[in-house]
Design a protein around this ligand. Sequence first.
Ligand code: ADP
Length: 300
Amino acid sequence: MAVSQRLFRPAKTTVKNTFSSFLIRSISSSSSSSSGTSLDPKIDLEEAAAQLEKSSSTSPSPSPYKGRNFHWVFLGCPGVGKGTYASRLSSLLGVPHIATGDLVREELSSSGLLSSQLKELVNHGKLVPDEFIISLLSKRLQAGKEKGESGYILDGFPRTVTQAEILEGVTNIDLVINLKLREEALLAKCLGRRICSECGANYNVACIDIKGDDDSPRMYMPPLLPPPDCESKLISRADDTEEVVKERLRIYNKMTQPVEEFYKKRGKLLEFELPGGIPESWPRLLRALHLENDKQSAIA
Ligand code: ADP
């Protein structure tokens, strides 16, 4: 099926559409783990399908896209803006934005041996083990299901072919949006990223201005500065240092680029080259997703 046809495929409740329930198994086997996180995810699809059927019939959704049940994935290098665009689309479509990086950072904020081992990996730009991230995601999806969520926009997952295979085995991903940005901009964007330690909002103090040449036009991305309320509370992520960002980019190329290929082969990959900052890129992304005529998209 062509990528454009996948955008608005109506929701189906199939056995494959049960990733959230697959967690039930991994969660219920996690009680012995010190962090409450299982390292042994098992799948019981029949049970999962039955649970999903029960929950989807009672799920409230305020979105005008009710019933669409989007299962989308964002891929892209560190610093490309996955979080920014995934979160805007999540508000527009009324589905949760689930960023595995955020789940990992939450886990890091707890104390314990596992958390300090994870910190070591994350702060050096390495991936955490597949089993661990699947288990964290499972817990998050299960909690969402209990609140009546249906569908999701995943950001930062899958990041390895193994993760993609597991996801493909248990759910039906409709679309994978691969965000791309000129390499010169990626490092600068990571180094300029700032987060408000109080409200969690993301800003960027970098002003990116790349001269055009015969092959590519000038690219200008103005800084996204915080309002006065957040100004004094800004922090940087511990893994947004030059050395660690370069390592994250290296790991992305080695481990995650094959995931792009994985989805390309299945006809699910939509490549989207960001032309610049949010004002230029957002309308074009909406056009690429055939969402540009939606009244709500203008205010998202
Ligand atoms: P990035 O800005 O590099 O895309 P994220 O915020 O998505 O970073 O993730 C931060 C860190 O969390 C990663 O460098 C990695 O250590 C860990 N992580 C997040 N998602 C995954 C995943 N799917 N598999 C393994 N590790 C992950």
